[in-house]
Structure formats: C-alpha cells, structure tokens
Ligand binder design. Structure first.
Ligand SMILES: NC(=O)c1ccc[n+]([C@@H]2O[C@H](COP(=O)([O-])OP(=O)(O)OC[C@H]3O[C@@H](n4cnc5c(N)ncnc54)[C@H](OP(=O)(O)O)[C@@H]3O)[C@@H](O)[C@H]2O)c1
Length: 278
C-alpha cells in the first residue's frame, strides 16, 4: 500500500474520479461524502476497477461527522498520509441580489469547511513525516468575474489560507498544495451551482446582466473540451511527489479570460471585460 488518503466530496466529479484514480495506484483511499445515498456511482466504479475504497459519511460543515471519521482512521490506521480538501460548490449572482445567508453558506463550505477538516485531521497527518494537504481551489481564486463575488472570495480566502499554512507546516515537513482548475464539466458548473434566491427575479437591478452572464456560461460549458482526468493527473502527481510547487493550474487553456488577464496590463484587461459585459 502506498498512502492512506482521505478525500472530501466524493459523490461526483473531481472527488469521485480522484478516489478511483488514486485507488488504482495502490493507495488506501478513504472517500467521504456528506450524503451516503449518493454512493452508488462510486461503488460501481470501485467494483469495475477491482479496488478497495472505504466510503465514509463526512460533511465538511459538520464537526461531529469529521471527528467521527478521524476517530475511525486513528483506530484503523493510526495516521493519515494525505488529505485532499475537495468538497465545494459555487453560489452565483451579483452582490446586490445575494443574501448574507448565501454568502455565509458559501464560506461555510469552501473556506471554513477546509479549516474544519484540516484542523481535525492535522494530528493524524503529524503522525507521519512528509504528509501532504492538497486543497482544490480554482482559477476563480485568482481571477474574479462579475456575479462571482461569493465563489471568488471563498476560493481567494482558500488561496491565502493555503499559502500561509504551507509556510507554517513546512517546519513540520507537512507540505501544502493548491490545485487551481479552470472550468471542467462536472456538476459544479451545472446542477450543483446555486443561483442566489433573488438573482433571477426580473424586477431586480442586475437581472439583464446576470441572465446574459448565465447564457454565456451555458454556451461556454457546451463547448468545453476539458476532461476531469486532467485534474486527477495533477492530484496524482502531487501525491507521488512529482509536483513540489505550491500552486498548479490545470485546464487554464479553457479559460481565455484568465490568460487575457495574465498577459495584459490590468487596466486594459478591465476595460475589455467591461466592454464585453456591457
Ligand atoms: N468543475 C469545475 O469547473 C471546477 C473548477 C474549479 C474548481 N472546482 C472545485 O473542484 C471541487 C470539486 O468540484 P467538482 O467540479 O468535482 O464538482 P461536483 O461534481 O459538484 O462535486 C462537488 C462535491 O462536493 C460535495 N460537497 C458540497 N458541499 C459539501 C459539504 N458541505 N460537505 C461535504 N461535501 C460537500 C458535493 O456533494 P453533494 O453531491 O452532496 O452535493 C460533491 O461531492 C470544488 O471545490 C470546486 O469548487 C471545480
């Protein structure tokens, strides 16, 4: 067995595919999800791949569920080699239309969820030298879009937290990594995206902008050629020590906006973005 790896948010998308890929590479994967009724696809893929994955209930916003899994891992393995903080989703809509509750809901999962899980699993990661924490951020943690203030700020916060944690834990030989995916065809950009309660209300000030924005996103999503395996390859390479740097972008070529911002002076980029939206 290579490593004992815990992943959050394995009911679909990047978490599910990572669990299978890392399981096939000989690791003992503990795949967690908040709702075990969604385990069928992971069960099926585990069986097809003829591997052994442990599936546990864990909601990153529920401390008891995290502690419960930590206790089980402590009892069975006595340590954890790699923690992958993957669970997340996006709340979409202009600031004016989003409620405070929606902002808090976003931060509770994408930011405080990572803090909760990392805090509780740190003692198990400390039981081994050279353990790793891999946080799944986003290009949205580096590049804001109108209508993305909730999601952008949650991933931006995750970026700052992870960079700081990398320095702090370096003293203990625990390495922290950020994976920054561009758009990938998972439920995150479809059915799991939460549109703020008032965002599509036609009487609201920003309705025209937001509806146009959703049309553009839908159009882009239909043309997307990215494959989730690109993200799982990066994650695998980090787990196997082939990537050592803090940040790895993946799928950025599917985000022209990201490259335009990288290459142009910011004021030119901003002018272009405003022109495009307007
Ligand atoms: N796909 C993209 O374009 C993209 C781009 C950049 C970054 N990302 C990031 O990649 C990560 C994985 O997303 P994905 O693309 O694989 O989308 P996904 O298929 O929607 O998967 C998200 C996973 O997170 C889980 N989750 C949400 N809230 C949770 C909570 N409170 N506790 C535990 N699990 C929770 C979901 O569980 P349920 O099934 O129960 O909802 C699901 O398993 C996210 O952090 C996302 O922000 C995705």
């Amino acid at each position: 067995m290579k490593n004992i790896i815990l992943i959050t948010g394995c009911s679909s998308g990047i978490g599910l595919e990572s669990a299978i890929t890392l399981g096939k590479r000989g690791n003992q994967v503990i795949a967690t999800m908040r709702n075990l009724e969604k385990r069928a696809l992971l069960d099926q893929k585990t069986e097809e791949s003829d591997i052994n994955i442990e599936i546990k209930q864990l909601d990153v916003t529920d401390l008891d569920s995290i502690k419960n899994v930590a206790r089980q891992i402590e009892k069975t393995y006595g340590k954890l080699d790699i923690l992958i903080n993957n669970a997340g989703f996006g709340v979409a809509g202009f600031f004016e239309e989003l409620t405070l509750k929606e902002y808090r809901f976003q931060m509770e999962t994408n930011y405080f969820g990572v803090i909760n899980v990392t805090k509780i699993f740190l003692p198990l990661l400390q039981k081994r030298k050279n353990s790793k924490i891999i946080n799944i951020s986003s290009l949205a943690g580096l590049n804001a879009v109108p209508g993305g203030s909730a999601y952008n700020s949650s991933k931006w916060a995750l970026e700052g937290f992870s960079e700081c944690l990398r320095y702090e834990l370096n003293f203990q030989n625990i390495k922290v990594f950020l994976v920054e995916p561009g758009p990938f065809p998972t439920k995150a950009i479809g059915e799991n995206m939460i549109i703020g309660k008032y965002v599509m209300d036609k009487s609201r000030a920003n309705y025209a902008y937001t509806s146009k924005m959703f049309q553009l996103i839908e159009k882009r999503n239909k043309r997307l050629k990215s494959k989730v395996s690109e993200v799982t390859n990066v994650i695998t390479r980090i787990t196997e020590g082939k990537i050592k740097r803090l940040r790895t972008k993946v799928g950025s070529r599917y985000s022209p906006q990201f490259w335009i911002r990288e290459l142009l002076p910011f004021k030119v980029y901003e002018w272009l973005l405003m022109k495009f939206i307007g």
